[in-house]
Design a protein around this ligand. Structure first.
Ligand code: SF4
Length: 298
């Protein structure tokens, strides 16, 4: 179901726990709640996040007004993460321009930005991202789980194909935006194979990605189990039984050949000189700002 509702809130931005810094972000926020892209493995469907009717997109009353108040009073101009629980370029963003409005505020107050998306709508905001990147750090993660467009259509039914997502990445890089691939989740028995990993790393390199990152596994929390099993059984009849046998009620489901696949992944990345270590990626995308700061001291 695709329409927008508004919910009340008092805060938009949350300071990130320094011990759990995902891509070196300092603040995170979700301008939207819910997502209509329909990925069958989506962790945000979990009861943990208390988002009822997940396929309905909601935003918050006065979202940009509250965000501006928060940005204008924070002294530390860190990196703000958009969309960990919902794609910030969902099907309603073209009309409502809430993500775009937030980027304009980020630019106005001199913050950095970290965006996860599967949508080509991000190309609309290239000029804004370039402006933000002049004064602070920008990192864009294009989420790609399979190199196979047919499989992607099944796993992520309302999203553009993987091939198109690589094109988006290529365009971002041509415009000098720091961007790479987020290869997560990696689904046991479905995408956890060397052929898929080899193809994704190669295509990331062909798209001139700055990095590729994976956690090589998936999470299956409470009610996400049922949604995922119902769908994955349509693709491979009875596969949910293999999941139940191997993982039981585990939340973290790593591929059976986890260490071997991770080693293979790192080897492939090294072959193309692609960054794949979280610490190195953070250092690299924040380097530009440090260089600018040093230059301005002289
Ligand atoms: S795009 Fe992200 S938030 Fe939306 S359904 Fe897919 S995994 Fe979930």
């Amino acid at each position: 179901m695709v329409f927008i509702e508004y919910v009340k809130t008092r805060t938009i931005m949350t300071k990130t726990d320094q011990g759990k810094r995902w891509f070196g972000i300092d603040y995170h926020m979700n301008l939207y709640r819910g997502c209509s892209y329909g990925c069958i493995y989506c962790d945000s469907r979990s009861d943990t996040y208390h988002i009822k009717n997940f396929d309905v997109i909601r935003s918050k009353v006065d979202v940009l007004k509250i965000l501006e108040e928060e940005l204008s009073t924070k002294s530390y101009k860190g990196v703000v993460s958009f969309g960990t629980l919902s794609d910030p370029y969902n099907e309603q963003e073209e009309k409502y321009k809430i993500t775009r409005g937030a980027l304009e505020l980020i630019k106005k107050y001199g913050f950095g930005v970290s965006i996860d998306t599967k949508s080509d709508l991000i190309l609309r905001d290239i000029e804004l991202l370039q402006e933000i990147q002049k004064n602070n750090s920008v990192i864009i993660k294009i989420s790609i789980t399979t190199a196979d467009d047919k499989l992607a259509k099944f796993l992520e039914p309302n999203v553009i194909s993987s091939s198109k997502r690589f094109e988006v990445l290529k365009t971002l890089r041509k415009n000098d935006i720091y961007a790479g691939v987020l290869m997560t989740p990696v689904l046991p028995f479905v995408t956890d194979n060397e052929d898929n990993i080899r193809k994704i790393v190669k295509k990331a390199s062909d798209s001139n990605a700055n990095f590729i990152y994976t956690k090589m596994g998936m999470t299956l929390r409470s009610n996400v189990h049922d949604y995922y099993y119902k769908n994955i059984d349509k693709l491979y009849v009875g596969l949910s039984n293999d999941y139940k046998t191997v993982y039981g009620n585990n939340v973290v489901c790593n591929p059976l050949k986890y260490p071997d696949l991770l080693e293979f992944f790192v080897k492939e990345c090294n072959k193309y000189h692609l960054l794949c270590d979280m610490g190195e990626i953070i250092k690299d995308y924040k380097r530009k700002v440090k260089l600018n700061e040093q230059i301005s001291l002289f």
